[in-house]
Design a protein around this ligand. Sequence first.
Ligand SMILES: Cc1cc2nc3c(=O)[nH]c(=O)nc-3n(C[C@H](O)[C@H](O)[C@H](O)COP(=O)(O)O)c2cc1C
Length: 168
Amino acid sequence: MEFMEVVRRRRSVRTYRPDPVPQAELDGILEAARLAPSWANGQCWTFVVVTDPEVKHALAQAGNDWIEQAPAIIAACADPTKSGEKGGQSYYLLDIGIAMEHLILAAAAQGLGTCWIGWFEEEKARKALGVPKNIRVVALTPVGYPDEEPEARPRRSLGEIVRKDRWS
Ligand SMILES: Cc1cc2nc3c(=O)[nH]c(=O)nc-3n(C[C@H](O)[C@H](O)[C@H](O)COP(=O)(O)O)c2cc1C
């Protein structure tokens, strides 16, 4: 699929078929995340791939319990000490954001559905996954074959979001 077609066709998918995702497919999307840019190339990320039903259940209890129906959930975790900080802004969040978007677009290109999950209780997710205290659990995504074709959500036009040379 051509790049812009992947970008246009990606959706947040919230209904999945139960069919497992072959390891090669999971490896393909994780490889896209691995190649993402990061602050000083710190690569602060670790991706926990969850397919065990018990761990999935516990993780889903951290919020967005519907993600349990997906055959896999990927948790994107960060070691903030391997990233940077500038003007009070923590760059591990950006590092993870970029890597996750690589993963999400690669999934869309492979016909897999995902949905960025930002709302969850981090402590519960950490316990479910056995993640140590110094590591942040930044984002989750279910991964699987979509069982729905969501409509495109509206976006602001380029005219609304782009300015030339100066703010005003
Ligand atoms: C940072 C971030 C956090 C999000 N958190 C959630 C979430 O907790 N639960 C959920 O169902 N969707 C979540 N979403 C998905 C958004 O609702 C979705 O991207 C948006 O409505 C646009 O729809 P689309 O992804 O299908 O284009 C999140 C998306 C982003 C980028």
